[in-house]
Design a protein around this ligand. Structure first.
Ligand code: FO1
Length: 335
């Protein structure tokens, strides 16, 4: 089994690549488990919106809007238009089909189904073979700390277009929420654990902060391989570059390797950053240099195949980790 940790558009594309790579193998797509960030989830007009789960769901189902990476392809805006007629700002672009997903999810949650069961039902109905697991059935909310105060995640990200300076991030409720037992079991059984090219601080960190998750990764027999979301000193999408810099980390795959620290066995970085490979290796993290930009399905599948083949060469515990305690100390203060 392959386990991927994902959130956002980059994570969804990588998860899709993994599902394509594994589907054509004899084993079939059920061998992929994707653990998805839910820190971005929020309530909007009484509906429970789960942007990262939906982005992964639609992408794996072949329904994603390729222009944005999120939302449903060809979606219409009748509901948004009507909200605006009522004078609402309607700042969160929720198309009509996407709205249906949130309506159904909210109804099922209200009827007592846990988010994991609701997600399983949605994925089955859309013909998704991979197993999608929310990081928790509990409630965790990513809160962005700025010099002017705290912002709810989607206020920061969508409403204010991630322009605020981020002085810190906290994950409200993370101390009470629990990871799914299936997620922890999957990590134990995994052949490879892939940290998708999602925002390390906003999308992967909340998953890692779930109780027992870091320990499960550290103790897993499987190699842990991250794919850098930073290419040529920039994030392809979103504010990962600015947030890494604000936390004192170099905006490069080397900074990503340092951020993840002792958790990593390997890091996949773009050919643009090939010169950093020796510095990454010096941290005890094995580098794989390749083309990491995923423009189409073929790119996604190729990157996934290369990442899986690379992971297979990394026996866990083989790499030494001179980073670690110092890196943990250097990590952004949470809360
Ligand atoms: N991102 C935006 O930048 N603007 C939007 O209006 C927006 C709407 C939206 C609706 C449904 C959905 O599932 C995702 C949506 N996203 C939107 C993306 C999303 O908020 C962020 O990409 C993630 O939360 C960050 O990973």
């Amino acid at each position: 089994m392959i386990v991927a940790l994902a959130g956002g558009v980059g994570g969804a594309k990588m998860a899709h690549g993994l599902s394509l790579a594994l589907t054509t193998e004899a084993a079939g797509p059920a061998t992929l488990t994707v653990i998805v960030n839910t820190g971005d989830d929020f309530d909007h007009y009484g509906l429970r919106i789960c942007p990262d789960l939906d982005t992964v769901l639609y992408t794996l189902a072949g329904l994603a809007n390729e222009a944005t990476g999120w939302g449903v392809v060809g979606d219409t805006t009748a509901a948004l238009d009507m909200l605006r007629r009522y004078g609402e700002e309607a700042w969160f672009w929720l198309g009509d089909r996407d709205l249906a997903t949130s309506l159904l999810r909210t109804a099922r949650l209200s009827a007592g189904e846990p988010l994991s069961a609701v997600t399983r039902g949605l994925a089955q109905a859309l013909g998704v073979g991979a197993r999608l697991l929310p990081m928790t059935d509990g409630l965790v909310a990513t809160i962005i700390q700025t010099p002017d105060g705290e912002l709810a995640f989607q206020d920061y990200f969508v409403r204010r277009r991630h322009q605020d300076v981020v002085s810190g991030v906290r994950f409200a409720g993370v101390e009470h929420a629990r990871p799914l037992p299936e997620a922890l079991a999957a990590l134990t059984q995994a052949e490879a654990i892939i940290l998708c090219p999602s925002n390390p601080l906003l999308s992967i960190e909340p998953i890692l902060q779930m109780e027992g998750m870091r320990a499960a990764l550290a103790q897993a027999d499987a190699p842990v391989v991250a794919v850098s979301p930073i290419i040529g000193g920039q994030a392809l999408k979103g504010p990962a570059d600015r947030i890494l810099a604000a936390q004192g980390f170099e905006v490069s795959p080397l900074g990503v390797a340092r951020w993840y620290g002792a958790l990593l066995d390997g890091l996949v970085l773009d050919a643009t950053d090939a010169a950093l490979a020796p510095d990454i290796a010096a941290l005890g993290v094995r580098p794989l240099v390749t083309q990491t930009i995923m423009r189409d399905d073929a790119d996604r599948e190729r990157l996934a195949r290369e990442t899986l083949a690379f992971a297979a060469t990394l026996a866990h515990g083989q790499a030494s980790h001179p980073t670690g305690a110092a890196e943990d100390d250097a990590r952004m203060k949470q809360g």
